[in-house]
Each structure stands twice: as C-alpha cells, then as structure tokens.
Ligand binder design. Structure first.
Ligand code: PEP
Ligand code: MG
Length: 428
C-alpha cells in the first residue's frame, strides 16, 4: 500500500487538552484512494517507563519534516511502516518524534490498510495478532469504572469545610464487570447499574455532591475506599446483577520510595501490610481483578501477592486477575521481566505506552503465549476514536476497559464493541 498524502491535525481530548489526529490518503495497487483517520489519547497516572509524549504543536512540525520519507513507498505490511517510523525517530523511548505522533500514523495506516481491502478493522487485527479463536466465543468483557479516585478526580474546595475531605479516594478505579457472555446484555446491565448507582449516591450524599471524574465514574464525599465498595456490592446483591468488581489501585500514586510505604486513608502501610489490606478486600467483596496494587518497580511485591491469592497455581481461566499496568507499560522487556518474576497473570494493553501497533501486537502475543490475560485500555484523556474496541475484539482480549458508560468518548468504544458483537453473531 502506498501513502499518497498525509496531514496532522491538533484536536482537543476529553480534558480539553491538545492531542493529535492523523489523516492519511492511501492506495492499494490499482484500487481506489482511501482516507483513514486516527487520534491518540493521553494518560494522567502515567508510568515512568511509558514512551515519550511530544507537545502536539512540536509534533505537528516534526510531521512536516518526516512526511516525505514515507510518501510513495510501497509498504508490504504494517510492520514495515511502523519500523520506518521507529527508525526515523531513532531513540529508545520515541522522544524525537513523540510516541503520540508515531502512534497516530501507525493506527491511521492500519485503518487505511483494512479499508483499502474492504475488511473490517477488527478482522485485520485478528490476523495481525494471530488470534485463532472464533471472535464471539470468548468476547472481551467491559470493565466499567463507575467510581473514580486517585489522579482522575478533583475535589471541590468546599468539601474540606463541609465533610473534612481534601482529596478523592486513594484507589483510582472501582469497576463493575459483567459475568454474562452476551456483550449486549453485559452493556445494558452495566448501564442500568451505573444509573442506579447514581440515584443511590444522590440519596446518600445529596445530588449536589455527586460529581463525575475524568472517566465518567462518580466522585462523592466518601470517607473511605471501602465505603464506595460497600455501596456497590450492596446494590449488586440487592438487584442480583450479574456483576463482579474490579479495582485499579494505581498504587505508584500513593507510594513513597524513600521509606517504601503506601499511604491509604492517612495510614502508612508497608508492602506486606497493604497486601493484607488487598487480600481482605478479596475476601469481603466479589472482587475478580486488581490492577497495579504496588509501585511500578515492585515486581517482587506483585509476585508475592499473586502467589498469596493462589493465582499462579490456577489455570488460565483463573477467576482472579492481578493486572499490571504501570509495572509493564505495554513494553516487551518489562512484560518479559514480569512473566519471569511471576508478577501477575494479566497485562493492561495501552497502545500509547509503547507507541506503535506492531509493538503492541508483539506484547499481546507474548502475553497470550505465556497464559497472561490481556485487558485493552483507554486513557483518562480520550478522543472519540474507537480503535481499542477493534483491537480488544480482534486480538481476543479478556477485557476492554473504557471507563463508565456515561461520557461520549467512553461510550464510543463500548458502542463499537456492540457493533462488532452483532456483526459476529448474525445467524444467516
Ligand atoms: C489507568 O491507570 O489504567 C488509566 C486508564 O489511567 P491513565 O490513562 O491516567 O494512566
Ligand atoms: Mg491503571
């Protein structure tokens, strides 16, 4: 496929910050020209080992410098295109061109490739990732982040006087995860739960004290992390919803390297003490997954907790997942280390942590080959691009994490999943 022309636009993400959207005009053989777009998100609780994000205005200028290097070349596949971008960048962490610029082009290339062949993007990604499963047989589950904490919330100043609360919950994400196989039903259940939870929280805290965080999860004057969990679990039990709970602690955010301590609800905990805190949550709530329970360098603490929860001793179908995000940053070397050190049994996949589609696919394959589940994830600052839905479905991931079903940029991914689910389930 040849790229005939390309442009970079600066658009706003869901937090109102600048980000990039790539537009490519491409052509396959004697076929018609196709236009393909892709935009990239941005994280806030970012891992130290993520690829570099270049200021969008600088990235815009960089694009003009490199554009001629890929026009009119006959690319044989995705990897050839991605490798050229990596070579043009020439750094370890993509700090020259920026992982945001490189990724926007890499994803637009994938769209152009599938479009020019008249195939669905997720079908192309299925091939690219060597996924042998039938798509509808083990379709990814949505992870709805219905209560927001950590770096994703801002607390009104008035809450200090009113409730003695200066900051949001320590744990970053409180998710509900449907246990039903049918994606459409799972989505409806998630949406209904989200609405009911909103009403319940309004009753408890008053409507004016129910706010939304970056990922559309609720933000209330909760006194403790468990207070939020208690309300969620009670609502699930009361209505017999087919939902389990997942957490993303994003623990690097409340960890102090100097003294190796985690600060939760004003008390300081050693890695051993916070492990007990987590194990207790697993015992008391219907928790099936826990992401980033420790700091991003703590491979051994991740291992100890995983071991204690018997995760390493159960099969691939294990009901509990310890998910690595900041620990592994969708990076093959970091995943290799995590696999060797048995630091969990699932990896969060974020395209912009590594910066090209090809490298992301390598990480997905490595995880699959080593019986680690994959959860494809959005970022807290998102666009309307739904690429990750195609990636989750096509690669056969365990789950797709795209926030609460309450803001358009989050819903764009769930809606695309539903569309794919329906396409794969036609009966004639
Ligand atoms: C996360 O930590 O999993 C997340 C989605 O947040 P961010 O995009 O801010 O890293
Ligand atoms: Mg995370």
């Amino acid at each position: 496929m040849q790229i005939i022309d390309g442009q970079i636009k600066i658009i706003k993400d869901s937090r109102g910050n600048n980000t990039l959207e790539a537009h490519l005009l491409a052509k396959e053989g004697d076929g018609k020209n196709v236009v393909a777009l892709a935009s990239v998100p941005a994280g806030k609780s970012t891992g130290a080992h993520e690829a570099f994000v270049l200021d969008p205005k600088k990235a815009f200028d960089k694009f003009s410098e490199i554009k001629n290097n890929f026009l009119k070349i006959n690319f044989r596949d995705q990897r050839e295109f991605d490798s050229l971008l990596i070579a043009l960048d020439g750094t370890q962490n993509k700090s020259n061109l920026g992982a945001n610029l490189i990724l926007s082009l890499s994803l637009a290339f994938a769209r152009a490739w599938s479009k020019s062949r008249g195939i669905e993007l997720y079908r192309y990604l299925k091939d690219l990732s060597d996924n042998q499963k039938k798509l509808f047989e083990d379709f990814p589950r949505p992870l709805f982040n219905v209560v927001n904490g950590g770096a994703h919330v801002e607390i009104p100043q008035s809450w200090d006087k009113k409730f003695g609360i200066k900051k949001g919950l320590d744990l970053q994400e409180f998710q509900v995860i449907p246990t039903v196989k049918d994606f459409g039903i799972g989505l409806s259940v998630g949406q209904e739960f989200y609405k009911k939870l909103g009403k319940e929280l309004s009753k408890i805290y008053d409507k004016e004290n129910v706010l939304l965080g970056d990922e559309a999860g609720y933000v209330c004057p909760f006194k403790t992390n468990e207070e939020a969990l208690e309300i969620m679990q009670e609502l699930i039990n009361r209505h017999l919803y087919p939902l389990k709970i997942g957490l993303d602690a994003a623990a690097s955010q409340f960890y102090s390297k100097e003294n190796d301590l985690y600060t939760i609800e004003k008390s300081q905990m050693t890695p051993e003490e916070i492990s007990v805190f987590y194990s207790d949550l697993f015992d008391r709530y219907e928790l099936i997954s826990l992401e980033d329970p420790f700091d991003e360098e703590s491979f051994d603490d991740f291992h100890r907790l995983s071991d204690e929860l018997l995760i390493q001793k159960t099969s691939n179908q294990s009901k509990k997942l310890i998910i690595t995000d900041d620990l592994t940053t969708t990076n093959p070397q970091r995943l290799k280390e995590a696999i060797e050190k048995k630091s969990g049994n699932a990896i969060l996949i974020k395209l912009n942590q590594i910066g090209t589609l090809s490298e992301t696919i390598d990480v997905i394959k490595m995880a699959r080959e080593n019986n680690w589940q994959q959860v494809v994830s959005h970022r807290s600052g998102e666009t309307m691009d739904s690429f990750i839905a195609d990636l989750a479905a096509g690669s056969g991931a365990w789950g797709l994490k795209s926030g609460a079903p309450g803001k358009p940029e989050r819903m764009a991914k769930y809606s695309r999943m539903l569309e794919i689910w329906k396409k794969e389930n036609v009966v004639f």
